[in-house]
Design a protein around this ligand. Structure first.
Ligand SMILES: Cc1cc2nc3c(=O)[nH]c(=O)nc-3n(C[C@H](O)[C@H](O)[C@H](O)COP(=O)(O)OP(=O)(O)OC[C@H]3O[C@@H](n4cnc5c(N)ncnc54)[C@H](O)[C@@H]3O)c2cc1C
Length: 324
C-alpha cells in the first residue's frame, strides 16, 4: 500500500478507524469530513459485548472489545488522552427467564459471571433478580477516542462535504475533485440521508451529569456511565425513522429515560448539566459495493465495540484488492 492514496468519506469512528488501519498499511490517507452530526461524538459509549434486553452477543464482540481497548492503550502511550474506564459493565436482568435467555447466547470464551446480590459493585434498585458482570467491558469518551485515532493516523483531514464519489474519486462541494486508488464511504446516519438513501435511523439522547451516578456502567434499557466530566444517563430510544432527522428536545422520551434509570438505581445527588443527542444507522455494510466504492456503515449501537475491528477487515480487503 506504500504511496497509494485512500480517500475516506466521514470522520466518525468508522472513518477514523479505516484511516488509522490504512495509514498503518502504508497508504496516504485523506479523510473528507463535514464534521456534523457524528454519532461518534457520544460523550460516553459503553464497550458492552452483551447487547440489549435480549442479551445478543454479536459475532466478533470479544475480539472487537479487545481491539478497542488495545487502541485506547496505544493512544494513551502516544500521549493522547482518552477518558475511559476499563471497569467492567453490570447488566441487571429482571428475572430468571431473562437470565436463561442471556445464558443461551453467552459464548464460553466471553469472560462473565453472575453476581450474588452482595457482590454487586453498584447498589441496584429492588427487583433485579440477577446481575451479569462483564469484567472486560467499560466506557470511553467517543469524541476523544475518534479524534485521537484520526490525529494519530496522520491522515490529511479535509473539512468539507463530499457531494459525489466513485471508485477512485471524490467530488467536494465547490467542485474540487480528489483522486485516489480506493474510496471508503463511512458517512453514518447523516451521510446516508445526504446521499438520499433510506434506512433504519434511531435517535437517542444522553443527559450529561456533573458526577457519575455509578463508577461502573450499568445497563438495562437505559445506561448509566461515568464520563470525562462527570457521568451520563442515556439510551437510543426513539422510534426508527427512514432518514436522519434534525435533533429536537425529546420531552416524552426523556421522561421514559428517567423512569428507566430510576428503576436501575438511586439517582439522587448528581445534577443534570446538559443533553447530547445523536442518531445511529443500522444495517451493517462492511465491504465493497457494486459501484466499486468501499463502505463501512450501519454500525448501529456497536460502533465502538465493532467499528475498529470491522475497519481492520475492510482495510485488509482493500489492501488485498489493490496489491492483488
Ligand atoms: C445516543 C447514542 C448512544 C450510543 N451509545 C453507544 C454505546 O454505548 N456503545 C457503542 O459502541 N455505540 C454507541 N452508539 C452508536 C455509535 O455512536 C455509532 O455506531 C457510531 O458512532 C457510528 O459511527 P460512524 O462513523 O458510522 O458515523 P458517525 O459517527 O455518524 O460519523 C459520520 C461522519 O461522516 C460525516 N459525513 C457524512 N456524510 C458526509 C459527506 N458526504 N461528506 C463529508 N462528511 C460526511 C458526518 O458529518 C460525520 O462526521 C450510540 C449512539 C447513540 C446515538
Amino acid at each position: 500500500m506504500k504511496g497509494r492514496r485512500v480517500l475516506v468519506i466521514g470522520g466518525g469512528i468508522a472513518g477514523a478507524s479505516v484511516a488509522s488501519f490504512a495509514a498503518q498499511a502504508g497508504a496516504q490517507v485523506t479523510v473528507v469530513d463535514a464534521g456534523m452530526h457524528a454519532a461518534s461524538r457520544v460523550p460516553a459509549a459503553l464497550i458492552n459485548p452483551v447487547r440489549g434486553q435480549a442479551g445478543q452477543v454479536a459475532a466478533g464482540a470479544l475480539a472487537g472489545m479487545r481491539l478497542t481497548w488495545a487502541l485506547v492503550d496505544a493512544l494513551e502511550e502516544a500521549g493522547v488522552r482518552v477518558p475511559h474506564g476499563r471497569v467492567g459493565v453490570l447488566r441487571p436482568v429482571p428475572d430468571d427467564r431473562t437470565r436463561e435467555k442471556f445464558e443461551r447466547k453467552l459464548p464460553a470464551d466471553l469472560p462473565h459471571r453472575w453476581l450474588h446480590p452482595e457482590e454487586r459493585p453498584v447498589p441496584l434498585a429492588p427487583g433485579w433478580a440477577q446481575a451479569l458482570w462483564l469484567p472486560e467491558g467499560g466506557w470511553l469518551d467517543g469524541a476523544a477516542f475518534t479524534a485521537g485515532l484520526l490525529a494519530l493516523s496522520g491522515a490529511e483531514v479535509v473539512r468539507a462535504r463530499a457531494t459525489a464519489w466513485e471508485a477512485r474519486s471524490v467530488t467536494l462541494e465547490g467542485g474540487q475533485v480528489l483522486r485516489g486508488e480506493a474510496v471508503v464511504w463511512c458517512g453514518g446516519s447523516v451521510g446516508a440521508t445526504w446521499a438520499s438513501e433510506r434506512g433504519t435511523h434511531r435517535a437517542g439522547s444522553l443527559l450529561t451529569l456533573n458526577r457519575a451516578v455509578t463508577e461502573v456502567p450499568v445497563s438495562f434499557g437505559a445506561y448509566l456511565a461515568p464520563a470525562a466530566d462527570g457521568g451520563v444517563l442515556g439510551a437510543t430510544f426513539e422510534a426508527p425513522t427512514p432518514t436522519w432527522q434534525e435533533p429536537v428536545l425529546p420531552l416524552a422520551s426523556l421522561r421514559w429515560l428517567l423512569g428507566k434509570a430510576e428503576a436501575l438505581t438511586d439517582l439522587h445527588g448528581p445534577q443534570v448539566t446538559g443533553r447530547w443527542s445523536g442518531t445511529r444507522l443500522s444495517g451493517l455494510v462492511a465491504g465493497r459495493t457494486a459501484s466499486g466504492v468501499w463502505r463501512l456503515s450501519g454500525l448501529g449501537s456497536k460502533g465502538f465495540l465493532l467499528g475498529p475491528l470491522l475497519a481492520r477487515h475492510v482495510v485488509g480487503d482493500v489492501v488485498t484488492t489493490l496489491e492483488g
